[in-house]
Design a protein around this ligand. Structure first.
Ligand code: NAD
Length: 256
């Protein structure tokens, strides 16, 4: 990989997406960061990556809940060799109480956005003669938990789409895979800790160990650096024949 390649990482002003952007840039790839906001702090994240790596790093605002905005993001980036579909949100509620607008938003951001970005990115990759689509799915793309119907549906959908895209590109120098993280300590997970601590009268550390990591046999969170390096592996020549599959980074969760 070199600064000749450009990666677009959706939902990358925080958490896993930002970690992936840093690892790709450290490996010599130009990066395009994204989220739905357009704050100075968003652009500053890209500037920091550019400063430290000497590569081209930019931030482009686009709301991944809107199909057209997903498509425009790819067009605006002016090149796409690596597409990391990472943007995601969560909402937890029994299905009978699940707010319809939350269902629609999770399906749009966590699943349909990857359809729109991939549809526009593939012709660009074909023209450039190489490409990698990496979808950040979840252990919830392979197994389920109660009260996460929309998230589980969206992540299973992403895993299914990953296989279809891999078959459509199987005879080209393009691969499409999904990474399935277990729990990673990011704002998305941290946000769930205070309420749970209150509910069970536990400390935040106890919630992390006894409730969140209950299903993760390693009893350790995966890190954003590990996920970024897994993306780098999928972008390396060692992974040329890896397509249409999932790589779990989940401390043994899906072995249970
Ligand atoms: P996070 O909340 O830190 O990051 C989510 C990112 O998506 C943020 O950059 C946010 O701004 C962006 N985003 C949200 N709505 C958006 C929209 N409408 N348009 C554009 N961007 C939007 O959470 P994270 O844990 O880093 O999650 C990243 C991905 O990893 C998600 O797809 C999530 O489902 C997946 N994941 C996370 C974990 C975990 O334990 N943290 C585990 C498995 C999978």
């Amino acid at each position: 990989m070199s600064g000749e390649k450009t990666a677009i990482i959706t939902g990358s002003n925080s958490g896993i997406g930002l970690g992936v952007a840093w690892e790709l840039a450290r490996a010599g790839v130009n990066v395009v960061l994204n989220s739905y906001t357009n704050d100075e702090s968003d652009h500053a994240l890209a500037a920091e990556i550019a400063k430290e790596t000497g590569l081209d790093a930019r931030y482009i605002q686009a709301d991944m809940s809107k199909g057209n905005a997903c498509r425009v993001l790819i067009e605006k980036a002016g090149g796409c060799d690596i597409l990391v579909n990472n943007a995601g949100i969560q909402h937890v509620a029994p299905i009978e109480d699940f707010p319809v607008e939350k269902w629609d938003a999770i399906i749009a951001i966590n699943m349909s956005s990857a359809f729109h970005t991939t549809a526009v990115a593939l012709p660009i990759m074909r023209e450039r003669g190489w490409g990698r689509v990496v979808n950040i799915a979840s252990a919830h793309g392979l197994t389920a938990s109660p009260y996460k119907s929309a998230y589980v549906a969206a992540k299973h959908g992403v895993v299914g789409m990953t296989k279809a895209v891999a078959l459509e590109t199987a005879q080209e120098p393009i691969t499409c895979n999904a990474i399935c993280p277990g729990y990673v300590l990011t704002p998305l997970v941290e946000a769930q800790i205070p309420d749970t601590a209150k509910k069970y009268n536990m400390s935040k550390e106890e919630v992390a160990q006894k409730i969140i990591l209950e299903r993760q046999p390693s009893k350790e969170f995966a890190t954003v650096e590990q996920l970024g390096q897994t993306v780098n592996f999928l972008c390396s020549s060692a992974a040329d024949q890896i397509t249409g599959t999932t790589i779990s980074v989940d401390g043994g969760w899906t072995a249970l």
